[in-house]
Design a protein around this ligand. Sequence first.
Ligand code: GTP
Length: 386
Amino acid sequence: MLRDPLARIPSTLLGEFYAHQLRHRRRFLLLINVLGQLAFLTYGWADQLVIADQALASWILRVGYVAMMVVPTYLVFYRLQNVLLMDVLLPVSIVGAAGIWFWLLAQSTDPHTAVYQYASLIFIVLANLGIQVSFVAALMLSVGISLVVGVGVLNVTKANMHDVLIFTLVYYPVFFFSLFISWSNTVSRRKEFAQAMLNEQAKRSLEASNRVLDQLAHTDALTGLDNRRQFEKLVRYELARSARTHQPACMMLFDIDHFKQINDTRGHDVGDLALKSMAEVARMQIREQDAIARYGGDEFAVLLTNTSLEAAMVVAERVRRSIEVCTLQLPTGDTLRMTTSIGVVGFGPTTRRLEDLVSLADRALYLAKKGGRNQVVRQDEPETVT
Ligand SMILES: Nc1nc2c(ncn2[C@@H]2O[C@H](COP(=O)(O)OP(=O)(O)OP(=O)(O)O)[C@@H](O)[C@H]2O)c(=O)[nH]1
């Protein structure tokens, strides 16, 4: 459509095309309708000077016609919201306006009417200048206006073929020039629409790619959990929030016991399966609003918001137990059982910084390992750390 000016809008896109034109062309069409009506009105001054014998009739007809057009203009632009009607309203009204004006000329006995009738060229120009959406309508209405003008000229010239011929020779280039304007306008509108569709499509696919990139940037590829960077971002946010609101929060750090052994004896692929399984089982034990992340290697971390250390211990024990009882079915037919050691730490005055919090959680995890693994250790008194 961008390259071929004759290309039609696919029927599936027609609704969108009209909606687009309504959004972008309504004001222009309203303005040109108002200007057209005003121009028709002010030509009363010209009538007064040129066909003075029809001045009164001219003013009455012009004011009456413009007043009559207020209702359809209001309906079309403020009620029906149909851009095709907005598009054709001006040319349709011009058919009537041309009829009125030529009737006035025909009534006048002024000798200037023979020259004055050439002013009717403005009708065909104005009608095509306004058209933005439908060239077919422009063509049909131009023919309609030309018929009215033609009949009018026959009347004014009293069918003097010499005068009619001169008028026709002047009129026809203006006719085609005007049609060219409406053709060019309607083609431009179609191209703008095609460009807008392409832009919209490009914007959507860029947004989708950005979403994927964003997702990748904070997700661990193996387990689908948050990655360390995302987790630390959430913890920093929560540390600030908890300091402000004095609401409790806790962090859990845990890893698979003797994971190196699993890797060494069963292979790296089984190790990966174990990590995935660990992630799934642990995730099922925590609330939706808590964050769980793969912190690195076989280490996982959980952020428990609005949770006291006692409640966090209950959750940690639940995680430990669910890992302990889980039997992982391997593709080889073998099964794998795992245990996990967990360190838990609560947010407090001594853990205002992420580094302090992680270091305490790490310490608790270390103690859990040291204490024989498959257990939960809390670290709530940093002063006792040795
Ligand atoms: N399969 C697999 N292994 C990993 C991955 N990342 C780290 N590892 C392995 O995880 C193991 C981590 O072992 P450690 O935590 O140091 O020790 P452990 O054997 O778990 O012993 P404890 O933690 O003391 O119980 C190392 O062998 C790493 O190579 C991974 O993405 N996939």
